[in-house]
Structure formats: C-alpha cells, structure tokens
Ligand binder design. Structure first.
Ligand SMILES: [Zn+2]
Length: 240
C-alpha cells in the first residue's frame, strides 16, 4: 500500500466516480468563466497532474519530466503536501506550477455548508504558499465536481478554476500506458488541458505506473504533431 494512501471512506467507489466533471453545470457557467474547461491557445497543450505530491511516485514523474525538459501544473492535496514539503518545494524549484486540488479530496458535493468547502481551499492555499513562497493561482475541484460554494470560495481566494479537455482514465486497476495514451488522445489536445495523476492515493493502488509509462508516449505524440507542452500558466487562458 502506498505510504501516501489516503484513508478514504469509500476508496473504490471514489475511484469509480473519479470521472466526469459535472458538465451539466458548464453551459450556464461558461459565459462567466472563460477557460474553465481548460481551452487555451492553439498549438499548446497544458499538462496537469492531480492528487500529489506522493513520495512513492511523484519523484519519478519529476525525473521523467526533467529528462524531457517539460514543465507541468500539479494540483496538490493539502494533506499530501503537509506530509511531503520537500516534494512541494522540488516542484517549485524545477519550474512546475503548484496549484490547489483541495485538502483531503472530499467531494465538494458532500461538503456542506459552503464554509467547509472554503476552509478546505483556504487551508490548502495557505499551506502551499507557506511551503513554496508563491501564492497558488489555480484550483481544480476533486472529481471535477463544480459547486457554487467551490467556485465562490476559489474566487474569494484569487484562484482560477480549471478543469480539462482530455484525461487518461488512469485511476483504474486495469489501465496501461497504451490505454492511458489512447484515452488522452481521444480528447481535445491542441489548445487543450490534459488531466493525469501522479499519485494513486485516491485511485487503485499502483495505477500511477500506467500514467508514468504513458508520459513519454504522450510527449512523443505531441512532438510529432508540433504541439508544445507546458503548464497552465503558459496556456494563454482568456482573461476572467
Ligand atoms: Zn483528484
């Protein structure tokens, strides 16, 4: 079992629904929140990782990204960052963007009243700022569960909410590097945002290995098509 594994009350169920952002919200939110879905400038792919930092897996991702001279955005969990401050600082030192995913991955649809959602975000934002000296600018809700409380809390903390246009479905027991690549490339990549996971703390144990194997395949795929890969900070999202 991963050292960083979270004690989720319904881990398997959580992994099963680790999935669709609540797209039904998007049509009404879209006009007020440009860039919410992660659509940025053409020719650029924003590479993002959720659920770390995890001492069992994140260092390997960082080594692999460094070997390809690629930087990404990491949406961190406060509870994981609290356990691994050296990893959070390493992210910063190696030029990656540190962003907020929540404190403990509780689904915001279950976090009532709104004050608890705000507390999760504020606690994580403050911790990451204390660890890195840089105030995070981005937020992605666990499970992509957009709620009014979550959006308002993020706005109040100066965080921009960003979802994704493609994902690897890399949280399952059966995923492989090639399955992750084919899932990702089925989404919008040119001008899009890719969601992957550098930790299995909310997923099936060991699932990060498929993502780790898929990473060079994805980088090759982008290089062959002339797609630049970088963090959300370089993605040219429209002004809010
Ligand atoms: Zn997550």
């Amino acid at each position: 079992m991963s050292l960083g594994r979270l004690a989720l009350t319904a881990g398997a169920a959580a992994a099963a629904v680790q999935a669709a952002p609540l797209l039904t919200f998007l049509p009404t939110l879209k006009p007020a929140t440009p860039g919410l879905n992660g659509r940025g400038r053409p020719g650029h792919l924003a590479l993002t990782f959720d659920d770390g930092p995890d001492p069992d897996s994140t260092p390997r991702f960082l080594d692999r990204l460094a070997s390809r001279d690629v930087r990404a955005t990491f949406f961190l969990l406060g509870v994981m960052a609290e356990r691994s401050p050296d990893l959070t600082r390493r992210l910063r030192d190696e030029g990656h963007e540190v962003a907020v995913h929540s404190w403990d991955h509780t689904n915001h649809l279950r976090l009532l009243p709104g004050r608890r959602t705000r507390d999760q975000l504020a606690r994580t934002t403050d911790l990451l700022e204390a660890q890195t000296g840089v105030r995070p600018r981005l937020f992605r809700p666990p499970y992509g569960a957009l709620t009014a409380a979550g959006l308002a809390a993020a706005r109040g903390l100066g965080l921009r909410t960003v979802l994704w246009t493609a994902w690897g479905k890399d949280w399952t027991r059966t995923c492989t590097p090639t399955s992750v690549l084919s899932q990702v490339t089925a989404g919008v990549l040119d001008g899009g945002t890719v969601l992957l996971h550098d930790s299995d703390c909310t997923s099936e144990p060991g699932s990060w290995r498929a993502t780790y194997g898929a990473l060079p395949l994805l980088l090759d795929w982008c290089a062959e098509r002339g797609l630049a890969v970088g963090p959300v900070a370089d993605h040219g999202l429209a002004a809010r």
